[in-house]
Design a binder for this molecule. Structure first.
Ligand code: NOJ
Ligand code: CA
Length: 540
């Protein structure tokens, strides 16, 4: 299969050529959490001009696209996933002009731009919700949200917020409104035609501005089961994927069919990726049927333990489920909601090996900012700096997701490591004082660094005809703890997740390795890539 063109060489305006696969099937997408990426104006908070200034870094890293977490007008009750105006930029992050400039420069750097769409809920500061509160029960204003009478003094049903506590809040006249997340994030009612039309118009607003796609927040949540029946059990936070009457309902797919038509109506291969925490890869595949969205995050992979058989099982399941609907798999090791891989897997060596494995798998991959620096989760943030609503809503029993949202360290020896210009106030979350060796500047040019590992791997991935979209072929492995596979033509990847060194599957020097090989042995927690000819011999 021919490689997709990079946007630098692709004609954004032309129809899809039948001879190449669309860009997203092979793309490496870098997630920017704008609040924590780079602060240009020196207020201690990352912003869009900060992202724009760092585009050359992303281009040189070798990614194909960036996904921007929300930058819209927001009271920031949930880091911007509480949107008050879907068509404007929050002053904290800049202006619409800043967005346009960022988009223009990204395209000039050969980077596509995906933005975050938050359709399950608005902010309680959104004009619609303000109107709903001012209007009486049963009014058209209330019908854009999910208002219901309670049962006596109790909420309408037993649903819990993903962030903890009840999913219902009572308003002055006694009705309750649904919020699957924070009480400042009221759920919209997607059976209301006006809601559907508004989001179709929001999609067009950003498509007209030139964005390449959307990441759909809570893509599994917009439609609730008729009658809002009880769940009958307790859920376990964001990562709980068991079936409920409010997630993964069949009705969501009708929305995506509508959106697919909108996306297909624009030139330049616009796409959308679903954030759908669902129970199995087969359920995730329903979001990427040919007339729905283009990608769905592969959370089964993200949550798989560092264990050979478990990883192999999930890789096989995902490839089978996605190919059954003609979609390319995606792979993801982390995001702004999950514990960073260095900490989750227990060592930076494993995180590095996982990165090489992920980037060798068929399909597309997502990298969360700072993963390329091997950043660990910050687990000792003091109570008084925590911002994630999970902290308060869980009654201060869960610390939440701030530990993976600490500002990116760029340069220098002391916090905030070039995140803000010199003389700026402290950043919105404090950086550990041990991160000097982890800055991008400290790692650049050091062949042993995680940054250089990512740069090398992404360079090889872009050039090698076997990588990106396609298939894999498992090869015999010395133990179930070791994964060995080939990609055609001429590529082999091996990862040792066991405790003992094993013979490398291919003689000779690897193209790239996550750690040193021991002669012909692949040590524990190490991955490597080899170029081979048809007989499995190294090409040198
Ligand atoms: C998923 C987002 O990734 C997360 O950060 C947010 O809190 C919830 N959706 C609610 O919008
Ligand atoms: Ca700023």
């Amino acid at each position: 299969m021919e490689r997709s063109l990079s946007p630098a060489t692709a004609d954004h305006g032309s129809a899809t050529s039948p001879t190449r696969s669309p860009w997203w099937r092979s793309a490496v997408v870098y997630q920017v959490y704008p609040r924590s990426f780079a602060d240009a104006n020196g207020d201690g908070i990352g912003d869009l001009p900060g992202v724009r200034a760092r585009l050359p870094y992303l281009r040189d890293l070798g990614v194909d696209a960036i996904w921007l977490s929300p930058f819209y007008t927001s009271p920031m009750a949930d880091g911007g996933y509480d949107v008050a105006d879907y068509r404007d930029v929050d002053p904290m992050f800049g202006t619409l002009d800043d967005f346009d400039a960022l988009l223009r420069d990204a395209h000039a750097c050969g980077l596509r731009v995906i933005i975050d769409l938050v359709p399950n809920h608005t902010s309680s500061a959104h004009p619609w919700f303000v109107e709903a509160l001012a209007a009486p029960p049963g009014s058209p204003q209330r019908s854009r949200y999910v208002f219901r009478p309670g049962v006596g003094d109790a909420p309408p049903n037993d649903w819990e917020s993903v962030f903890g506590g009840p999913a219902w809040t009572r308003v002055a006249d006694g009705e309750w409104y649904l919020h699957l997340f924070d009480s400042a994030q009221p759920d919209l009612d997607w059976s209301n035609r006006e809601v559907r039309e508004e989001f179709a118009a929001i999609l067009r607003f950003w498509l007209d501005r030139g964005v390449d796609g959307f990441r759909i927040d809570v893509a599994h949540g917009m439609v609730k089961a008729d009658g809002l029946p009880d769940v009958g059990r307790r859920r376990d936070g964001l990562l709980d994927t068991a079936a409920t009457p409010y997630f993964d309902q069949d009705g969501v797919h009708e929305i995506y069919r509508e959106w697919r038509k909108i996306l297909d109506g624009y030139p330049g291969e616009r796409m959308a990726v679903a954030e759908a925490w669902v129970s199995t890869p087969a359920r995730a595949a329903r979001y990427v049927r040919p007339d729905e969205l283009h990608q769905a995050f592969n959370f089964d992979y993200l949550t798989a333990p560092w264990d050979g058989p478990a990883q192999r099982r999930v890789i096989d399941e995902v490839i089978a489920a996605m190919s059954a609907v003609g979609a390319a798999p995606t792979w993801v090791l982390g995001n702004h909601d999950t514990v960073r891989p260095t900490t989750r897997y227990g060592s930076v060596a494993r995180a590095r090996a996982a990165a090489l494995l992920m980037l060798a798998l068929p399909g597309s991959a997502y990298i969360y900012q700072g993963e390329e620096l091997g950043l660990p989760e910050v687990t000792d943030l003091p109570d008084d700096v925590l911002q994630d609503p999970v902290w308060e809503r869980s009654g201060r029993t869960q610390r939440g997701r701030d530990g993976c949202r600490v500002p990116v360290p760029w340069a220098g020896h002391t916090p905030p490591y070039g995140f803000s210009p010199d003389g700026a106030p402290a950043p919105w979350l404090p950086c550990p004082d041990t991160w000097g060796p982890l800055t991008a500047a400290a790692q650049a040019g050091d062949p042993e660094s995680t940054l250089e590992l990512y740069r090398t791997a992404l360079r090889i991935r872009r050039a090698h005809p076997a990588l990106g979209d396609g298939d894999l072929r498992w090869l015999p492995a010395p133990s179930p703890d070791v994964l060995v596979f080939a990609r055609d033509p001429g590529f082999v990847c091996a990862v040792n997740m066991g405790a003992a060194p094993v013979p490398a599957p291919v003689p000779g020097a690897p193209l790239c390795a996550s750690g040193p090989l021991d002669g012909t042995l692949l040590p524990p927690d190490t991955a490597a890539w080899w170029s081979t000819d048809a007989a499995g011999q190294p090409l040198g």
